[in-house]
Ligand binder design. Structure first.
Ligand code: NOJ
Length: 508
């Protein structure tokens, strides 16, 4: 019989032991300030805030199809049809950005709003006009637009042609990006090509959680990642070959979380390496390492597992030498999204978790989130700010001191003004960031996620990450500042973290 008392004791022991062991988070850094040229921003993405799903000639996205055809798909039964209504209320959004005092607004361009069929045979003038207005209004208010070209809303027609499993996606996305650069590149100078390859490919093509909800964890997952790298490289080259005179920068956004071995064993140390190889370096190594290509560790693990399973070739299809060259070096900075940290381990129990060929089985790592150091009221964000510090130091060493833009970070909380856990989360992460900057990590921007509560994909509005709360029951979609908005505003104004600043609702 399982003895719950003993398990609890063991968990407490693991927690205390590890908290002491990895504790580099040294209290609030009140001696340092964010450098004068350091940028603060806030982010959203098109499908999560725009609404207007059938307004202004927008075509069908893959998400529309899954949401409308499967009433069970979104956990809380909400939809993205109106969302924060940013399609109609972008001027309200700009008012919020001004209120916060941010420098940068990171948003994405809806592919089906610009190209309703996915391909440039027809370019929707109303879609172009919408983003022109948004960009012009931002600039008129002294705000810098930072655009994600692909944030997961694939045109339905291209999904039907195979989406991220079809190598043609590099050409499709390239054609879309060309339209985007042509129309907006005179005013937009920072381009983020594709958001979070690991999340895109694991949720969409391995676990079947995001559309197209395909479950091919041993093959499709890797094919998707391979095509993301080729498509990203194509967007980079199109920009630098055809639009160089616009003078902007291009990068792919990685999602990364730090990993720590549960014990000091050799196996757990290997588990750390493999966790990072599969979740981050699979995508970062081909771009940032001097030799390019996938990390050898990944090639070996998937190759060996494939051959043991009787496959004639590795399920991780190799790049040709031309492709390796084409991808290598295609980033003007390192764009990082990070939210959490994991404890990882390797023992026999891990093998039993995965009966079929899958990337989890190839990786052969068990993992769970590090218990909170700074908290976050989220269902899934376990904020461990030390993890960010360690991750930034790791990236500096691993990728030869890249310029880093921290493009996403945040947490969710309960409804209401007093989102105390989220406030703690932001303070903790920004504090860790300040320590990393003091250590010489070249981080130039921090972008909070998100401006207001967004449609959190398959979780609908169960996860509330906004600095501003969104009233989804009111057709006018009013928004209200939370405490985290005021705290972030004060950090931006003073350029430091004051743990005692304790604003009330009318302090804005
Ligand atoms: C990752 C994604 O980029 C964004 O769309 C999502 O809302 C947040 N992280 C939180 O899950």
């Amino acid at each position: 019989m399982i003895h719950f008392g003993k398990i609890l004791l063991l968990l407490c022991f693991i927690y205390v032991a590890n908290a002491t062991k990895y504790h580099t988070y040294k209290g609030f850094n009140q001696n340092s300030t964010f450098p004068p040229e350091f940028l603060f921003g806030v982010g959203t993405s098109a499908l999560q805030v725009e609404g207007g799903w059938n307004q202004g000639g927008r075509g069908w996205s893959l998400w529309d199809y899954h949401i409308f055809t499967d009433p069970e798909f979104i956990f809380d039964g909400t939809t993205h049809e109106v969302a924060a209504d940013s399609y109609n209320q972008y001027k309200r959004d700009i008012g919020l950005l001004k209120e916060l005092g941010v420098n940068v607004y990171r948003f994405s361009i809806s592919w089906p709003r610009i190209l309703p069929l996915g391909t440039p045979d027809y370019v929707n003038p109303e879609g172009i006009a919408y983003y022109n207005n948004l960009i012009d209004e931002l600039l008129a208010n002294g705000l810098t637009p930072m655009i994600t070209i692909y944030h997961w809303d694939l045109p339905l027609r291209l999904a039907e042609l195979g989406g991220w499993l079809n190598e043609d996606i590099a050409n499709w996305l390239g054609d879309f990006a060309r339209v985007v650069y042509q129309n907006f590149g005179d005013r937009v100078k920072t381009w983020l090509t594709i958001n979070e390859p690991f999340v895109l490919c694991s949720l969409g093509y391995a676990y079947g959680i995001h559309p197209p909800r395909v479950i091919t964890p041993g093959e499709g997952f890797y094919e998707c990642g391979r095509n993301v790298l080729l498509a990203h490289a194509r967007l980079y080259h199109i920009y630098h070959d055809e639009f160089k005179s616009q003078g902007g920068k291009v990068a792919l956004i990685f999602s990364a979380d730090m990993a720590y071995g549960v014990t000091d064993s050799h196996d757990d140390a290997e588990a750390v390496e493999d966790f990072l190889a599969f979740t981050l370096e699979q995508y970062a190594h081909p771009i940032f390492s001097p030799q390019g290509n996938y990390p050898q560790r990944l090639i070996d693990r998937v190759g060996n597992a494939s051959s043991l399973q009787g496959y004639k070739q590795s399920r991780l299809r190799p790049f040709t030498p031309e492709q390796i060259n084409y991808i290598r070096g295609t980033a003007d900075f390192f764009a990082l999204n990070s939210y959490s940290s994991y404890y990882v381990y390797r023992n026999d129990s891990v093998k039993e978790l995965h009966a079929v060929p899958s990337f989890d089985d190839d990786m052969y790592v068990g993992y769970y989130t590090v218990p909170q150091e700074t908290t976050g009221g989220s269902m899934w964000v376990y904020g461990y700010a030390t993890g960010l510090y360690d991750l930034l130091i790791y990236l500096k060493k691993e990728y030869n001191d890249p310029v880093i833009y921290f493009t996403e970070n945040g947490s969710s909380d309960e409804l209401g003004f007093y989102d105390e856990e989220k406030v703690d989360y932001y303070r903790g992460y920004l504090n860790a960031l300040l320590y990393a900057i003091d250590e010489g990590v070249d981080v130039r921007m921090y972008c909070a996620w998100s401006l207001m509560d967004t449609f959190e994909w398959n979780r609908g509005y169960l996860v509330r990450m906004g600095l501003y709360e969104l009233d989804i029951d009111d057709p006018n979609r009013p928004v209200f500042p939370r405490k985290s908005a005021l705290v972030y505003k004060e950090i931006i104004r003073s350029r430091k973290i004051d743990p005692d600043y304790n604003p009330e609702p009318n302090d804005l």
